[in-house]
Design a protein around this ligand. Sequence first.
Ligand code: SF4
Length: 402
Amino acid sequence: MGQRQPQQLPLMLPLSNPKDIARLQRRAELAGLGSICTKVLEGERLSSDDALALYATPDYLTMGMLANHVRERIHGDLTYFNINQHINYTNVCNKLCRFCAFQRLPNQEGAYVFTPEQVAQKITEQLDQPVTEVHMVAGIYPKLPYEYYLDILRAVKSARPEIHIKAFTMIELMQIAHRAKKPLEEVLPELIEAGLGSCPGGGAEIFADRVQREGYHLKNTGQQWLDTARTVHAAGLHSNCTMLHGHIETVAERVDHLLHLRELQDETGGLQCYIPLSFHPENTEWSHLPGPTALDELREIAIGRLMLDNIPHIKAYWIMLTVPIAQLALSFGADDVDGTVVEEKIYHDAGATTPQSVARQELENWISEAGRIPVERDTLYSVVWSGDEELAPVGSAASGLG
Ligand code: SF4
């Protein structure tokens, strides 16, 4: 990919200007979103009916402006990224989720399991890069013993002691506890001792039982995901959260999902970032479904920002969205684009055509082109480097809710 020069574009809405705020209110009223706009301007929590109204509106730009208002109120122009590496330690899985293109059966062509030594080798290969995080998730291979999970954590730490390990989705944690034959409450301190630093947010899919039954009945239920996340947070770990959208779920089921995330965050405060994940149909059992459009993706970013008033960060995951949509998403509520990412497999098995990694400078350029200020963060949103020292928060940026 060619290097492009950063270009400062005007912001979507200079919120310090009262005339623009008044214009937004008028615009929202014309779109039938006047009461939502009032709540947004006053920092009031939106209801499930508000969420349904947002899903129903054809006025995506007004919805985006409302989300952008919240985004700028919390983060200004700051846009976070990190220098990270992905390791998917196995693609063998017995859960047979119908939306998944990554899974393989044990003897199927292309099936693999990395040994702890191979995991360490992957880390060692990137030692010349300033990687601060490894994101490690995989399929559920029932033959892997409990010790394997401890060993891969230790392997990462022995290869790069200072790296932050963000690993294991809720279904993986359930499997690890099952193999350990101990409650997760007892397993988590051992995983932390071996090097676990936080947990990702994938695998939440859609919490509704109907969708789980039809799409991934062998995987955790929504309630199990929420209970596991609650246990993770009680152990002192942060996690992210997600929603897989654009398959067989209804709008009401999406709203229900968002409300459950918001309730969990009210209770634990352990969620750092919400990432709406777009269903990619290619190579899945649901390949007949069209998948979400770019507008659907921007709408999920915007509604996520508007509804999840207690979750600090909304991520536009560039690998999944493509760079142009991720750039647009930075004016629809997103304040994070994920990271440089080395060797992404899950979305590429489902037909993603984005590169498998990107140079740090290019990531900064994309953010600057979108009129935002790039800030390198670590996994827990402490600032590593900022494109604007005056605007950069000091220390953790995770507490940026206004
Ligand atoms: S989504 Fe995860 S749990 Fe489901 S089949 Fe794919 S790898 Fe397995």
